[in-house]
Design a binder for this molecule. Structure first.
Ligand SMILES: [Zn+2]
Length: 348
């Protein structure tokens, strides 16, 4: 059978809106709501919130004797206020695994407990080379060397506290979304690109008036970047779980920005050989542009569920994303390929 087409304009619109909705791990309710709003346009799915704050979507199939699930995560890298410094600036603590240098100079939003949003930028404390000379280039970018300069009138800790800022406030880095020549450049394509892949797969079947072969759950998880996103939330009757998350590109990697990848092994070991082989066969059959790869420093929500005791087959697919956990980029070709693969899976 021919797979139904993916609405690429819808994909870009949904993805751009999601990328522009801040959702650092632990503070992703707005992105969950945004995704739910989009899915509520399709009567063939129903949405419930998990207690942990994720979104569990039930996509009714022709049969439900072997239910399946796919998962993608809406939480992203980010930070929290660790300390208010005596100069009124903020020391941060990381949410998720990344190096400070990849966000150096980025715009930030601080979310206070009372709902205020205060802008600023994330800088090396010794940023001015006119003052610090070689130290500006040489300094190790660690927690103590970096600070948030707030766009507010404050010169000491008391004035910063008076703005409403407290230890524990969430901080989001600007995504800087830009679409050009088929490329999508933004922070946090990991894993918002794949949330878009799942939503667009639902839309594609809706538009084509088709149904998944088996009842299929979509878990939009919200704690993946700290390792336990999908450890809860997958219904116990599910027999197979396909995690949809970005493919890692770089020296020695097979993945690129124009293909979807299937990861057969990462830091957590091999994925389920039978399910991975099934997905590879589907890609061959439907001529989906794909690569097979191994990610050296990587864990997924599929493994999170395995480690939590989930007795399911697990596989991992996703679009190639360049400079992951930095200023990321992918191409529409990889996004379309990934959504097609999801369609081949749910229809196969
Ligand atoms: Zn991810």
């Amino acid at each position: 059978m021919t797979l139904p087409p993916i609405d690429q304009q819808y994909m870009l619109d949904f993805l751009t809106g999601l990328l522009n909705t801040p959702s650092p791990t632990g503070f992703s309710a707005a992105a969950i709501d945004y995704t739910e709003q989009a899915l509520r346009q399709f009567p063939e799915v129903t949405c419930v919130h998990t207690r942990k704050g994720g979104l569990l979507v039930k996509w009714t199939g022709q049969r439900d004797d072997h239910p399946r699930a796919l998962t993608a995560h809406v939480d992203t890298l980010g930070a929290m206020v660790k300390e208010i410094k005596s100069n009124g600036r903020l020391k941060l603590t990381k949410l998720g695994g990344f190096a400070w240098n990849v966000v150096e100079g980025e715009g930030v939003t601080v979310f206070t407990l009372t709902g205020k949003q205060i802008r600023g930028s994330f800088l090396l404390a010794k940023s001015s080379s006119h003052v610090h000379g070689a130290a500006t280039g040489d300094a190790k970018r660690d927690d103590d060397a970096m600070e948030v300069r707030l766009d507010a009138l404050t010169q000491n800790a008391a004035e910063t506290r008076a703005l409403g800022i407290q230890v524990g406030d969430f901080v989001a880095f600007d995504p800087r979304v830009e679409v050009s020549n088929g490329f999508i450049r933004s922070r946090h394509l990991d894993d918002k690109a794949c949330v878009a892949n799942l939503v667009c797969a639902v839309k594609a079947l809706h538009d084509a008036d088709l149904q998944p072969v088996q009842t299929t759950y979509l878990l939009i998880s919200n704690y993946e970047e700290v390792g336990h996103g999908a450890s809860a939330g997958i219904p116990p009757e599910v027999e197979e779980l396909v995690a949809v998350d970005m493919a890692a590109i770089g020296d020695g990697q097979n993945s690129d920005e124009f293909h979807a990848s299937i990861c057969v092994k990462d830091s957590g070991g091999p994925y389920h050989h039978g399910l991975s082989t099934h997905l590879r066969n589907l890609a061959e059959q439907h001529e989906i542009p794909y690569k097979v790869d191994i990610y050296p420093y990587y864990g997924s929500d599929g493994e999170a569920y395995w480690r939590a005791g989930g007795d399911v087959k697990v596989a991992l697919i996703g679009p190639g994303v360049d400079a992951s956990h930095s200023y990321e980029r992918t191409h529409m070709d990889a996004l379309v390929a990934t959504s097609q693969w999801v369609l081949a899976y749910v229809l196969g």
